[in-house]
Ligand binder design. Sequence first.
Ligand code: ADP
Ligand code: ASP
Ligand code: MG
Length: 484
Amino acid sequence: MNVVKFGGSSISNSKNIKRVLDLIKRIDEKTIIVVSAIGKTTDLITKAGILASKKDSKYKEVFKKIKSTHFNIIRKLSDINFQVKILTTVQKLFIELENILDGLYNVGEFNKSINDKISSYGEILSSRIIFRIAINQNININYLNSKEIIQVEKSSFDKLIVDYRSTKKKWNHYKDKNTFFRLIMPGFIASDKKNKITTLGRGGSDFTASILAKITNSNKIILWTDVSGLYSANPKIVKQAIPINHLSYEEAMELSHFGAKVIYPPTIQPAMDKKIPIFIKNTFDVRHKGTRIGLNDSVSKSIVKGISHIENISILNVEGSGMIGEPGYIKRVYEVLYHNHVSIVLATQASSEHSICIGIKMDDSLKAKKLIEIEFKNEIKNNIIKKINIDDNQCVITLVGDKMKKHQGISGKMFSALGSNNINVKAISQGSSERNITAVIEKKDVKKAINTLHERFFERNIKEVNLFIIGVGNVGSSLINQIK
Ligand code: ADP
Ligand code: ASP
Ligand code: MG
């Protein structure tokens, strides 16, 4: 058995869904097909929910837009007499969603669980529609709602934990009662212990695929997306970025954790547990072999495999000579943030404990500052700690590669490349695994920094220069022609 997943952009309109249906037709082994919401539906549903809860009637326009996208697809891809059947199911789902949005407008309320509820409609709609259209095209396919199978729990700190035992039990129950060759399931959604609908987090359809692969002992997972694999850097930022042939699970984990959006970080663990390879492939270039994520291989020679980055980071500095040699400060900083659900992206600290530097999401920066100021109220009053300093608009940039630990000089190369391009490094961190080296820089420098590092580590024979010619006359024009 295999598991394949199609992301939102792969099914964003009727033309793309047609392409996906062709791939589904060609499946020649027993396969579970996981689908995301169509295009940007999840963003739009959340937007409608927020607008409604703020009593802004524009939510109706957003809702209409979502509806027309879905209805257009049905109209374009199914026979007229079959459309009635699909439209009845879909219309019913839209009435439910509209009722909830109207309710939010009336009560003016919005929270995480409401957002889970409304955004779940994205995947329910896409999976139902694609299933029905496939049936209309005589494709042998069955439907199963992931909510009936995947069960999760939330820890006291809102961390999502998959209950694999219940999930597996539910799956076995389904499998014993049903036969299928192709089985389509919505990504992203699951149910909690009380059978209430919940979601696996943004990008969660990748995770759905991996959870299903684990419980069904699948041979492989294919994530079909809009790029030809996991690239050496975000292809939208670095023109010269190239797809990486092979990555170890650990490398993929680091790259996705530090911002490579093409794979949702929790996806790796279930696959790694069962040693199931993950392939990332391009729906728009199906022949490209894409990226394989699996056990570490000895074939790959690259030391640095990829560069990733996270934007909108704040750096929080706790500093004071009074902290030197006094144990326990870090523990207190970590604890107060942990207990208040502020997650730490990166941390650095010198052994003197003179200063502690922590990277957090910018949305959390004011909250974190207040929390630490309260925690160290006495120390600040007694001048043991100086005021807490926050730098917003920062960016974390990371080099990843399993083989970096065996090679000296990588960080030297990294920082000299940044330095010689006038990019100021605010903080540095290197995990003891030495699989990543991370630097904090200002957000305004990020494009330059990533391109500089990419050039330094991946483009040995290419050097990009910006050439400015001022006052183009005969000589200038000839030069431009020569360059052309
Ligand atoms: P899907 O809808 O298929 O889940 P996503 O939008 O979640 O697709 O992820 C694919 C996108 O991830 C790409 O279009 C690309 O812009 C972005 N991306 C960021 N970093 C990388 C990277 N290192 N390699 C490939 N894609 C990346
Ligand atoms: N539709 C969800 C999202 O946009 C899940 C996914 O696409 O993976 O985050
Ligand atoms: Mg995704």
